[in-house]
Design a protein. Structure first.
Lengths: 118, 109
């Protein structure tokens, strides 16, 4: 079955760029799915960041749109998140997830903690 | 922007009891694209319900979802010890494309 695994630096400095990758294994990456990023700051709820379609089309949360880029690499069966100009408010656990045909997140990565601190 | 408001914020119940969690949307949710998740510390969210009322694969039948338009409910018929967690509702389709409720914490009484 499809599995997702996030990877990337766990610590970065303010004003830097957060870069994470989600590796997709165990299934077809070329199927008609959207692939998404969601985050959860410590002690807070879930926040959707954005998503990428297998064609490369993207949709972003308007609150983050100016700083976010999500892309996919079919040859490597992975998709990526770049978030620029980070601040302490971007400290969170970042999850990658697959969007099902019913617009629900049916498969999730385990999550990776990213801390922004000087 | 569509806002999802979950109530109560915290629900204190005992194992074996029935839990009823509410999710109210500020606007009608498109095509009943409303989902429910269970979230435990250190774990990824787990999809329970999609399309407002369909159980995801492997979800026990004590979990059920209902509702349409702006009012949705997640019901857990008989609480098991492993059900104590935070529950989130989520909508898809209105700008921003995806929003989550703020969560309901289900705790052991």
């Amino acid at each position: 079955q499809v599995q997702l695994q996030e990877s990337g630096p766990g610590l970065l400095k303010p004003s830097g760029t957060l870069s994470l990758t989600c590796a997709v294994s165990g299934g077809s990456f070329s199927s008609s799915h959207w692939w998404s990023w969601v985050r959860q700051p410590p002690g807070k709820g879930l926040e959707w960041i954005g998503e990428v379609y297998h064609s490369g089309s993207t949709t972003y949360n308007p609150a983050l749109k100016s700083r976010v880029t999500i892309s996919l690499d079919k040859s490597k069966t992975q998709f990526s998140l770049n978030l620029s100009s980070v601040t302490a408010a971007d400290t969170a656990v970042y999850f990658c997830a697959r969007v099902s045909g019913w617009a629900a997140f049916d498969i999730w990565g385990q999550g990776t903690m990213v801390t922004v601190s000087s | 922007e569509i806002v999802l408001t979950q109530s109560p914020g915290t629900l204190s119940l005992s194992a074996g009891e029935r839990a009823t969690l509410s999710c109210r949307a500020s606007q009608s949710v498109s095509n009943s694209y409303l989902a429910w998740y269970q979230k435990k510390p250190g774990q990824a969210p787990r999809l329970l319900i999609y399309g407002a009322s369909s159980r995801a694969t492997g979800i026990p039948d004590r979990f059920s979802g209902s509702g349409s338009g702006t009012d949705f409910t997640l019901t857990i018929s008989r609480l098991e010890p492993e059900d104590f967690a935070v529950y989130y509702c989520q909508q898809y389709g209105s700008s921003p494309l995806v929003t989550f409720g703020q969560g309901t914490r289900l705790e052991i009484k």
